[in-house]
Design a protein around this ligand. Structure first.
Ligand SMILES: [Zn+2]
Length: 216
């Protein structure tokens, strides 16, 4: 199995979105990322990125599908897991017509503007294939999910910073505090390796970086 991270741009986010007691006036730079899991039979994207970002500035931006295609073709993608139906995670889904699109049922109405074909809505956490688990959290957004590959946790937007997890600080962008707190308590445990979807240090430039590669 192989996990690769892709960065296709940068934007900024008010500190108050990252930490619940943060300032609305302080803006923090964040990266725009999506991920690819390759197994023997599948190429699974986790989120797809966006070409536009209404209401937010876009810096050093390239269409996410172009960034992907420097690595592999869009037609080769078999599955797309959308962690949640926010614009920067879902807009580019239109490029993956051959793929099964996995989205939690609670997110469906928010995904309507993106006219998704090949949608496989799910209700409960499930195992997509050997070693790849999609887990409903529902903290950051309605039907929001994370993806676990063993102890590696693709966090979606359940947290933005390591500090959310280490210091159990809620983000300022939760629709369900109880679910968000349960996420922080569980996945802040040292046995997990959290992978953050907006961290400027995961890739650090437009392009991709292999996160890990294992035999199985
Ligand atoms: Zn996001």
């Amino acid at each position: 199995m192989k996990l690769t991270a892709f960065q296709y741009g940068k934007t900024e986010l008010a500190e108050a979105m990252i930490f619940e007691n943060g300032s609305f006036d302080i803006k923090q730079p964040i990266a725009l990322l999506f991920f690819l899991i390759e197994t023997e039979g599948r190429k699974i994207l986790v989120d797809v990125g966006c070409d536009t970002m209404p209401g937010f500035p876009l810096f050093e931006h390239k269409s996410p599908v172009e960034v992907l295609e420097e690595y592999t073709s869009r037609e080769s993608i078999t599955d797309v897991i959308i962690t949640h139906a926010h614009h920067d995670h879902i807009e580019a889904v239109k490029y993956y017509k051959n793929a099964h699109i996995h989205l939690h049922r609670d997110s469906l109405k928010y995904a309507k503007p993106y006219s998704i074909e090949g949608l496989s809505p799910f209700d409960e956490s499930f195992t997509l294939c050997d070693g790849v688990e999609v887990i409903k959290i529902g903290g950051h957004f309605f039907g929001s999910c994370i993806v676990r590959i063993g102890d590696f946790v693709l966090c979606g937007d359940e947290c933005y910073s390591e500090k959310n997890l280490t210091d159990l600080i809620m983000t300022g962008s939760s629709v369900n505090r109880e679910n968000s707190l349960a996420f922080l308590k569980e996945y802040g445990k040292p046995c997990y390796t959290p992978i953050l979807f907006h961290s400027p240090s995961v890739v650090g430039y437009i392009g991709h970086k292999i996160f890990f590669e294992t035999e199985t």
